[in-house]
Design a binder for this molecule. Structure first.
Ligand SMILES: Nc1ncnc2c1ncn2[C@@H]1O[C@H](COP(=O)(O)OP(=O)(O)OP(=O)(O)O)[C@@H](O)[C@H]1O
Ligand SMILES: [Mg+2]
Length: 260
């Protein structure tokens, strides 16, 4: 399948550098009479090294878009290129392969209760075939999210926020090219939230990771290169954090979204 040109601008030919390139993506839940469209004509580019925050009211389609980009559900209308591969029309086995290059941080953290924090992270490292260095990598990343002293605790002995940070460490330990996060800091205090975001910034700046993060957490809006706003399944705006704050009438938005 040929790639859609990124731009029709006549000034300079644009090199395709997107990690994620979405074109005219529609998405429906249900069948027959129950079929309901939840995403409408989404077009979007995410570039290496960028942190993009996605906001929008509850039910606007944020998680749905995230799971489509993450190859966790299959799209059938439009084009969705992720890390150079077209996902629309792709079979399940291939979707699984795509997922291996993506770090997911979702609210249900799905830690293994019988394994310690470090072992949970080590399991992710093992998937890359690295067995000898796994303990060190796990301990290093756990200390970066403030859990050095909790590395050998099992989830049952950790708080909700600590479990969330273990899941974040597990998602980031292999430095995936694409990181998709759904409200990653919601359960965290200010310091832990900032540690997590600092780690993400490091991955974006130093490793060129692309990060798409759903959040209403006004404490971390400053890390974004862009803020996109989804309303009723449509991409309403795509702006810098400052433009976003300037261009939105406070009353029309969730108050938490723009107090910086
Ligand atoms: N599995 C499903 N089957 C049918 N409809 C669904 C399903 N999952 C979500 N929806 C509907 O799709 C719409 C978008 O849901 P989605 O979870 O993407 O919203 P969201 O923006 O992530 O909301 P929130 O901020 O509350 O997490 C909603 O109307 C929701 O009810
Ligand atoms: Mg959601």
């Amino acid at each position: 399948m040929s790639a859609t040109p990124l731009s029709t601008s006549s000034t300079a030919p644009e090199v395709i550098t997107s990690s994620v390139q979405v074109r005219h993506l529609d998405y429906f839940f249900g069948r027959g009479d129950l079929r309901k469209q939840v995403l409408f004509d989404i077009s979007l580019d995410l570039h290496p090294g960028q942190i993009v925050i996605m906001t929008g009211p509850s039910g606007s389609g944020k998680t749905t878009l995230l799971t489509l980009i993450g190859a966790l559900r299959s799209a059938s209308e439009g084009s969705l290129q992720v890390l150079g591969k077209e996902l629309v029309g792709m079979g399940n086995r291939q979707l699984v392969d795509i997922r291996r290059n993506i770090g997911f941080i979702f609210q249900a953290h799905n830690l293994f209760e019988s394994l310690t924090a470090a072992q949970n992270v080590e399991m992710a490292v093992e998937l890359t075939g690295n067995f000898r260095g796994k303990r060190q990598l796990a301990v290093d990343i756990l200390s970066q999210v403030g859990l050095a002293e909790r590395a050998d605790y099992k989830p049952a002995a950790l708080s909700g926020g600590q479990k969330q940070r273990v899941a974040i460490a597990r998602a980031l330990v292999n430095q995936p090219q694409l990181i998709l996060a759904d409200e990653p800091t919601a359960a965290l205090d200010k310091k832990s939230g900032r540690d997590v975001v600092t780690l993400m910034q490091h991955l974006a700046d130093e490793k060129g990771c692309t990060i798409l993060m759903v959040t209403h957490d006004n404490r971390i809006l400053d890390v974004a290169d862009r803020i996109i706003n989804l309303v009723d399944g449509r991409l309403e705006s795509d702006e810098s954090p400052q433009q976003f704050v300037d261009s939105h009438i406070p009353k029309s938005l969730d108050q938490k979204m723009f107090i910086m």
